[in-house]
Write a protein that binds this ligand. Structure first.
Ligand code: FES
Length: 481
């Protein structure tokens, strides 16, 4: 099902690239980060084109809950401890500046995108930890306080409240700011070499190249797949549910998020690492909670999001790698893609224009390039587990044992394949080897997709690519009724 944003906004189609181009800056990916970066560069007088494999905003931007905030869970105490006061202050101020930048752009361009200033809350049941987080945030210059009056049904003794945060309709905003940009849709970038991008329909020579495509799809250089993992989460839009007057997330694992959009309540949760949802039931559990808390409510939409997670919780924004000084990247936005898209646009614009940016250092992707820090090693370990599984986990089910409406891994003609059986018995069979680096894909019953537990690539039941880092589809072995 489409998100409430996709249902209520369409963006005009753009041409596919035909022929060869030469530009100052080429941006790969037309989600919020790519479009905002291109917008900022064009405003700064640079000649920019954006290349998009699908449509503008067709990736993660349409599946966000669209909060614009410097409150990223219980992040500030941890950042001070792990990265130091200066780095934590850079992180806090860059994100709060991003909230302000949205407001300024929307006002200056008179963008009708349902922008509303709201407070943001992290609610929880450990008052001491919440209060320590407030102290850390205040020390970093943020407007934070501890409150005990929390207007949500989930159990909470109190919350960390941030003032002057915001929410909006992401696609209405994207539609407006992309309007005067040159964007080529249905133009997947296949290879990037030094200053040249190749697509199936032409090439682009660019002085600077920006990767804003969720996960960088090149394995080398950079090896971003080794220092990121992906997670999924699920959202319901409910009519006839109460106003919560703010944006709420849980301090504790497995909690729920809440915000209103117009007459609807958006309720999210059920996070898991991509490729680790073989039992399903995510939407079912969200619906059960919604029935318990809001018995009069009615579901009008449901959707899911996929986020890139870095080992230290800080996005990678800046130079792609030391060996490619004219390449830039923005990825690893955790669950805060709207805000960090704006942070990315500000930092990358300044780097490309040769202006100093005092917030850039904390986001520098080079911080993990040399050393395999513990978190990075853990990412590698998870990937290895996925690869080992490919060789040693022998599936026991036969195709005929897969119940209608379910998917699983079976042997067909001596080959290990992924099978999804529709209610009418039609079988969709795919190669369950991930084309990125060969991990075994896992069936996700909530989304009817094949998901990779190693680096998070996803494919639909017919093997079509939903999201990378893989660039190819998984070959269709056979379809039969
Ligand atoms: Fe890397 Fe699948 S995404 S092996």
């Amino acid at each position: 099902m489409e998100s409430i944003w996709s249902q209520s906004c369409s963006i005009r189609e753009r041409e596919t690239l035909h022929g060869d181009l030469e530009v100052e800056v080429a941006v790969i990916g037309a989600g919020m980060a790519g479009i905002l970066t291109a917008f900022a560069l064009q405003e700064a007088g640079r000649q920019v084109v954006v290349l998009e494999a699908n449509r503008i905003g067709s990736g993660q931007t349409r599946n966000t809950t669209a909060k614009i905030t410097s409150q990223h869970g219980m992040v500030y105490q941890k950042l001070i401890q792990t990265m130091g006061m200066d780095a934590a202050r850079q992180y806090a101020q860059a994100n709060q500046l991003a909230v302000r930048a949205y407001k300024d752009i929307i006002k200056a361009n008179r963008i009708d995108c349902d922008f509303e200033e709201r407070s943001a809350y992290v609610y929880g049941n450990d008052a001491q930890t919440l209060q320590e987080e407030v102290r850390a945030a205040v020390e970093l210059g943020l407007s934070a306080s501890y409150v005990t009056d929390v207007s949500i049904p989930a159990l909470a003794v109190g919350a960390v409240k941030f003032d002057h945060q915001a929410q909006f309709h992401p696609l209405k905003f994207l539609k407006s700011i992309s309007d005067k940009l040159t964007v080529y849709e249905h133009t997947p970038v296949q290879t990037v070499e030094e200053d040249r991008l190749s697509t199936p329909y032409g090439t682009v020579k660019a002085q600077q190249i920006v990767f804003t495509c969720h996960v960088p799809f090149l394995n080398f250089p950079g090896m971003y797949f080794t220092r990121l993992h992906q997670e999924r989460s699920y959202v319901l839009a409910l009519a006839n549910a109460p106003k919560v007057d703010g944006m709420y997330i849980s301090a504790e694992k497995g909690g729920w998020s809440f915000r209103n959009y117009g007459e609807f309540l958006l309720m999210g949760g059920e996070n898991h690492r991509t490729g680790e949802n073989t039992q399903g039931g995510r939407y079912a559990r969200l619906r059960q909670k919604a029935r318990e808390w809001f018995p009069q409510s009615r579901e009008v939409a449901h959707w899911s999001a996929q986020d890139c997670i870095t080992p230290d919780g800080v996005p990678y924004i800046g130079r792609y790698t030391a060996s490619r000084p004219n390449w830039y990247v923005a990825t690893g936005f955790q669950k805060w893609g709207m805000t960090t898209s704006m942070v990315s646009a500000m930092i990358l614009r300044d780097m490309i224009c040769g202006t100093e940016n005092s917030y850039a250092q904390v986001f520098d992707p080079g911080r993990f390039e040399a050393a395999a820090l513990p978190g990075v090693a853990a990412e590698g370990g998870q990937a290895v587990k996925g690869l080992i599984k490919r060789f040693f986990q022998i599936p026991s089910e036969e195709a005929s044992n897969i119940p209608a409406g379910h998917g699983g891994i079976v042997f067909l003609d001596g080959e290990k394949v992924g099978v999804y059986k529709e209610q009418d018995g039609t079988i969709h069979a795919v190669d369950i080897r991930c084309p990125h680096l060969g991990c075994q894909l896992e069936w996700n019953p909530d989304e009817r997709s094949w998901d990779c537990p190693c680096h998070g690539s996803r494919f639909d039941c017919d093997g079509r690519l939903i999201s990378g880092p893989a660039q190819e589809e998984i070959s269709l072995s056979q379809t039969q009724a």
